[in-house]
Design a binder for this molecule. Structure first.
Ligand code: RB5
Length: 155
């Protein structure tokens, strides 16, 4: 799979570790930065990764910041993106099974390395359950389209 990975300065070392893990697991990583521990706005990194996922260039994305919150707020502004912060194995698994999450947002400040490894692997390998959840996820896309067409009318 092609997976976009990004972080701000707070998630920098975790992100490097995730890139190593995903590469070892045989995935192709699209690295959108940041390239050092120097302070950077999470918004811009989230946007770069979300464009990859929203456009279909990447099938999934993983974002890391201090809490995982800012990354998810910014990434969700992009059409086709379903991003959320997950904080344990259960939320990582359920975000795939029920929400078909395509961008996993992680907290570098709260999660340990072993838990992150477990969550990322579980998240990547858990399929969407489909069934009644398809209707709900499709409804999210419809709402997104309604909002975008409304915005275009205003502009
Ligand atoms: C950066 O200080 C911090 O705000 C960021 O990493 C993240 O936690 C935002 O949600």
């Amino acid at each position: 799979m092609r997976i976009a990975v990004g972080s701000d300065h707070r998630g920098y070392s975790v992100r490097n570790h995730i890139i190593e893990l995903l590469t070892q697991l045989g995935h192709e990583v699209i690295d959108v930065g940041t390239d050092s521990a120097e302070s950077v706005d999470y918004t811009d990194i989230a946007a770069k990764a979300a464009k990859e996922v929203g456009s279909g260039k990447a099938e999934m994305g993983v974002l890391v910041c201090g809490t995982g919150l800012g990354m998810s707020i910014a990434a969700n502004k992009f059409p086709g993106v379903r991003a959320a912060p997950c904080h344990d194995a259960l939320t990582a698994e359920m975000s795939r099974r029920h929400n078909n999450l395509n961008m996993l947002c992680l907290s570098a400040d709260l999660l340990g390395e072993k838990l992150i490894d477990r969550m990322v692997e579980l998240w990547i390998n858990t399929p969407f359950d489909g069934d009644r959840h398809t209707r709900r996820v499709e409804r999210i896309s419809e709402i997104e389209k309604e909002i975008f067409s409304h915005r275009n009318k205003i502009e």
